[in-house]
Design a protein around this ligand. Structure first.
Ligand code: UDP
Length: 160
């Protein structure tokens, strides 16, 4: 059996990442997955779905009074999204850094937004705090859809 990293604080942190309709249309799902895999994070949940207004209203609750909110909901229901749960050390903060600035026009090259997006309205999602991540994961996934599995190469990712 392989040594487990469970003694390392924060190693079971999880975040929600979602490739939005433009990313699915543009066949960018694989590129996004690849970046998280290569960084060393572990995929514990993933699905393609057509999001309905109910889930989006909850997901974007804090933005409901923003002027761009109706356009955001319209766009998010325009085609399927791919929702994923990634797990690993500091995954919330690290994935926000990997995704880059909210405004794609400001996002640095090398970040996902900085490499694949030029406008704030066409980007991917990554949870912005551990608390938000927990709320978003339970909104998008049933617990039975999340898989607890052991990597066979944890020693390549962590000091065990
Ligand atoms: N958004 C938009 N227009 C704006 C600002 C935001 O369409 O002027 C959308 C965009 O898709 C963004 C989402 O609203 O990803 C959520 O915005 P938030 O401020 O929470 O940024 P994020 O956490 O995605 O970086």
């Amino acid at each position: 059996t392989c040594p487990s990293p469970s003694g390392i604080p924060g190693v079971q942190e999880r975040t929600l990442v979602a490739v939005k309709p433009d990313g699915v249309q543009r066949r960018l799902v694989g590129d996004v997955i690849k970046r998280f895999e290569r960084r060393g994070f572990k995929l514990v949940g993933m699905k393609l779905l057509q999001a309905n207004e109910g889930i989006l209203a909850e997901h974007y609750h804090e933005l409901r009074r923003k002027p761009f909110y109706p356009a955001l909901i319209h766009y998010m229901t325009s085609g399927p999204v791919v929702a994923m749960v990634w797990e690993g050390y500091n995954v919330v903060r690290t994935s926000r850094a990997m995704v880059g600035d909210t405004d794609s026009a400001e996002a640095k090259p090398g970040t996902i937004r900085g490499d694949f997006s030029i406008h704030v309205s066409r980007t991917l999602h990554a949870s912005d705090s551990v608390e938000t991540a927990q709320r978003e994961i339970s909104l998008w996934f049933h617990s039975s859809e999340l898989v607890d599995w052991a990597c066979c190469d944890y020693s390549n990712t962590y000091q065990l």
